[in-house]
Write a protein that binds this ligand. Structure first.
Ligand SMILES: [Zn+2]
Length: 300
C-alpha cells in the first residue's frame, strides 16, 4: 500500500454519502452529484457515487441492524453467517468497489456529519504518506478544516473507506441527525471539489504538497459517568460543550452532574477532545474522543 501512488495513476474514485443514513449532509451532496455528474467529472479518472445505506434513510436512523461503517472487516465480509441488512449491504458494496470487485476503486471519499462541533474535519483512511498528502492538500484549500486520525485506520479498519488504499472521511458539524445546514453543505461541497482537484493534479503531476500538517491523533475515548445500572449521571460540562479541538488540561471542567456539580478532567496531560457530545456515540459509551496534537512533516 505504501508505494501505491508511486506505481499507478488514479483511475477510479468513489464519493459516498449516507453510510450513516441519518447524516443528511453527505446524502444531499451525493444526490446533487448524481443529478449533476459534470460537477465531479475530471479528465484523468472516473468518478462514481454511492448512497451507501438507502434503507435507513426514511427511518432517519444511523442503521437498520448495525452500523454499516463497522461492517467492512475482511473477516465479516467473508462470513456468510452475517446476514443482517448492513452486513449484506457491505458485501454488495465490496463486491463492486472492493479490491477484488467488479469496479475496484483507488480512492474513496466518504461524507459524514456530526452533532459535535467538528467544523470541517478530514479523517484520512490511514496514516500512509499518500493519505496525509491528500488530507493536507484538501486542507490547504480549506484552511479552517482540521485533520483528525481516528482510533481505527488502515486496511484493517472495519470502515467502508478502507475498501480503497487512498481516501478520507469528511466530517461536518455541528448539525443534528436528519437535518440539513446550508453552510455545512456548501463547505462539504468545497472539500469534495478540493479532493477531486487534488487527485486530478496528482495524475497530471502537478501537486503542491504543504510542508507539514497539524494532525489530531485519537489516543483514547472518555465515557459519561454512569451509575451501576449503566445510566448516565452527568452531562458534558457547559464550558466543554462545543469546544472540539480546544485544549483540555488536568483539572479543567469535563462533566456536570444532574445537581450542577462540576466533574473535572483527571488525566495527566493536555489533550484535545473531539466528537464532544456526538449523539451517535452515546450507545458506544463515548462522550468524546481525546486526541494528541501533532505536527508532522510530510513533504518528500
Ligand atoms: Zn457518520
Amino acid at each position: 500500500m505504501t508505494d501505491f501512488l508511486n506505481t499507478t495513476t488514479i483511475q477510479q474514485v468513489l464519493l459516498v454519502g449516507a453510510t450513516h443514513p441519518n447524516e443528511w449532509t453527505g446524502l444531499a451532496l451525493i444526490r446533487k452529484f448524481e443529478r449533476q455528474p459534470e460537477l465531479v467529472r475530471r479528465s484523468t479518472f472516473t468518478t462514481h457515487t454511492l448512497i451507501a445505506n438507502p434503507q435507513g434513510i426514511p427511518m432517519v436512523q444511523r442503521y437498520v441492524d448495525r452500523d454499516l461503517n463497522r461492517c467492512f472487516d475482511r473477516h465479516d465480509l467473508a462470513n456468510s453467517a452475517l446476514t443482517g441488512y448492513e452486513n449484506s449491504r457491505a458485501k454488495e458494496i465490496a463486491a463492486i468497489f472492493g479490491s477484488t470487485g467488479t469496479t475496484p476503486v483507488d480512492v474513496i471519499i466518504d461524507f459524514h456529519s456530526s452533532t459535535g462541533n467538528t467544523g470541517a474535519t478530514i479523517i484520512p483512511t490511514s496514516n500512509s504518506i499518500e493519505n496525509l498528502h491528500l488530507a493536507a492538500c484538501i486542507q490547504s484549500q480549506n484552511p479552517t478544516a482540521h485533520i483528525y486520525m481516528g482510533l481505527h485506520s488502515g486496511a484493517d479498519s472495519p470502515m467502508l473507506r478502507a475498501l480503497a488504499p487512498l481516501g478520507c472521511a469528511i466530517e461536518m458539524g455541528p448539525v443534528p441527525q436528519g437535518v440539513l445546514n446550508a453552510q455545512l453543505f456548501h463547505r462539504a461541497e468545497q472539500l469534495a471539489m478540493a479532493a477531486l482537484d487534488y487527485l486530478e493534479q496528482y495524475n497530471l503531476g502537478e501537486v503542491k504538497i504543504p510542508e507539514k500538517i497539524t494532525l489530531f491523533q485519537a489516543i483514547d475515548t472518555i465515557d459519561y459517568p454512569r451509575n451501576p445500572e449503566g445510566e448516565i449521571t452527568a452531562m458534558i460540562h457547559p464550558d466543554r460543550q462545543g469546544q472540539d479541538y480546544q485544549p483540555m488540561a488536568p483539572g479543567d471542567p469535563l462533566f456536570m452532574d444532574l445537581d450542577g456539580k462540576t466533574i473535572v478532567y483527571s488525566g495527566e496531560q493536555v489533550v484535545y477532545p473531539m466528537f464532544i457530545n456526538e449523539a451517535a456515540y452515546y450507545e458506544k459509551g463515548i462522550a468524546m474522543v481525546i486526541t494528541e496534537k501533532q505536527e508532522i512533516v510530510i513533504k518528500k
